[in-house]
Design a protein around this ligand. Structure first.
Ligand SMILES: [Zn+2]
Ligand SMILES: [Zn+2]
Ligand SMILES: [Zn+2]
Ligand SMILES: [Zn+2]
Length: 482
């Protein structure tokens, strides 16, 4: 307990130094010892949905180093055109720069460090070196930021950040001290850094890897009460997604919110070394969404198999005939559904291909409410080209289905709700220009529940999208156009 309290005191000092606007943080949040997770962030007042809790700056920022991602300047993250070689740093550190003098100036410190290490092949772009940027930058942080990094949770088991510095540099310092510093920094980065979508426009997405220290102190829940987004200055803004009472802990979700329970728990077990036991995880129906249900072992039965216990070794039981599905079969069906869905979504598909896939293959393994069906629908929702009236109507249905699931889960004003509200609004506008649309007036059926009213009200959809996505750097362009 004493240790946690000491750590909290030290973290509080680091936070004061780190944030630009400490008053926003102090007005709404504080660090406290939390029962199972060391420390957590708690509300110091009642907070309304969509209220800003605080803005967190990156402690370290860097390129992703993924070969699939757009190549960007390592300082300003502007895209580099086709001729990458001509944008390699003239000091032969082996990194890519846009050519602006401001970027070259800010790059000086790390450039000197890298020159000392003598990069092998400085005239070639190395993705490994780009991947190592967060670790390299952790070595040139100021004293206060180094202290902040030292207080962060660490993950020494993951291999994702193990960079073979020896292979990249001729003169890499091999002394014990440097190696230990790099190992600690790497473990903190492993546990806390994540990829952010910084911008999304006609030229494709720009992904950046970032380490937000205050946000890293927020614990996980599968029905989080907060959401976050990145503004154009890389500030990570944390907003309330649901009403939060004074004294309540603030939560975000580390896993995808529409994954089923086994997928979310497997993800946090591997990436964060813990297994969630929140209310949603403890409810096999996941608030009656049945996201992780599979079909009954008895082909003639229309029931759904749900896990009996919250364990990766659990058996499942059909909710209609009561037949047991053993653990092996349960896991195999989940893996198989995941694999065929991933395979299908990786190809170029039309909406009618998708329907064939779902009806012909996926629904043989899982019911229509399953997470992989949701995943497939989500992917289809962002398709834009060559949509027929029928395609658009299907996508409208997909948006509605998913918004209903999110409503059942109680996810509140989360980011995905903003994106889906925006998409649904757009699709509804597009559908209105088709001559067929006048004859199909499904829209004006008696809307009874709150969610029905929402799904059929263009003003509400647009307003929701605007409130949730406003000023987010990855928002659709018409959201921030005034
Ligand atoms: Zn630049
Ligand atoms: Zn350089
Ligand atoms: Zn959970
Ligand atoms: Zn059954």
């Amino acid at each position: 307990m004493i240790d946690s309290e000491n750590r909290i005191n030290e973290l509080n000092t680091c936070i004061q130094h780190h944030v630009d606007d400490v008053s926003t943080w102090l007005k709404s949040c504080e660090l406290r010892v939390s029962s199972n997770c060391g420390c957590g962030v708690f509300a110091t007042r009642d907070i309304e949905p969509n209220e800003l809790l605080f803005g967190d700056k990156p402690l370290i920022l860097g390129p992703t180093g993924n070969k699939m991602d757009t190549i960007v300047c390592v300082m300003c993250y502007e895209r580099i055109g086709h001729d990458v070689t001509s944008h390699l740093c003239s000091n032969r550190c082996g990194l890519v720069l846009c050519g602006e003098s401001a970027c070259a100036e800010r790059h000086k410190n790390e450039c000197e460090l890298l020159q000392n290490w003598k990069p092998k092949n400085p005239n070639e772009l190395s993705f490994t070196r780009l991947k190592a940027m967060l670790i390299i930058r952790s070595l040139i942080l100021n004293v206060e930021h180094k202290k902040f990094l030292g207080l962060m949770q660490k993950n020494y088991t993951s291999w994702t950040n193990e960079i073979y510095f020896d292979k990249e540099f001729d003169n890499f310092p091999r002394d014990k001290e440097t190696v230990a510093v790099i190992r600690d920094a790497s473990a903190a980065i492993n546990a806390n850094a994540f990829m952010i979508l910084y911008r999304s426009d006609n030229c494709g997405d720009v992904n950046v890897r970032s380490f937000y220290p205050i946000m890293s102190l927020i614990n996980h829940n599968c029905v989080p009460n907060a959401r976050h987004d990145i503004d154009s200055e890389f500030v990570n803004r944390i907003f309330a997604a649901r009403p939060i009472k004074k004294g309540e802990q603030i939560f975000i979700s580390y896993a995808q919110i529409l994954w089923g329970t086994p997928s979310r728990r497997m993800f946090t077990a591997i990436s964060k070394q813990f297994q969630c036991t929140c209310e949603r995880c403890a409810d096999p129906t996941e608030k009656s969404t049945y996201l992780s249900a599979i079909r009954c072992v008895d082909k003639s039965c229309n029931g759904m198999v749900l896990p009996l216990e919250l364990s990766f070794k659990t058996e499942g039981k059909c909710n209609v005939c009561g037949k047991i599905c053993d653990n092996k079969r349960l896991l195999q069906t989940q893996d198989m559904s995941a694999a065929i869905t991933k395979n299908f979504l990786n190809q170029n598909f039309t909406i009618s291909d998708l329907k064939h896939f779902m009806e012909g293959r996926l629904y043989k393994l899982v019911p229509e409410c399953n997470q992989f069906v949701v995943e497939a629908k989500l992917k289809a929702i962002w398709k834009c080209d060559g949509m027929s009236f029928e395609d658009l109507s299907s996508i409208k249905g997909f948006c509605e289905d998913i918004l209903r699931i999110m409503d059942k889960l109680g996810l509140g004003e989360c980011s995905l709700k903003g994106y889906l509200a925006h998409r649904l609004f757009k699709i509804r506008q597009q559908l209105k220009i088709f001559p067929e649309s006048s004859s199909s007036h499904g829209d004006h059926d008696q809307a009874v529940s709150e969610i029905d009213t929402f799904l059929n009200d263009d003003d509400q959809l647009w307003k929701t999208a605007k409130i949730i996505l406003g000023n987010s750097s990855a928002a659709p362009t018409d959201i921030n156009r005034e």
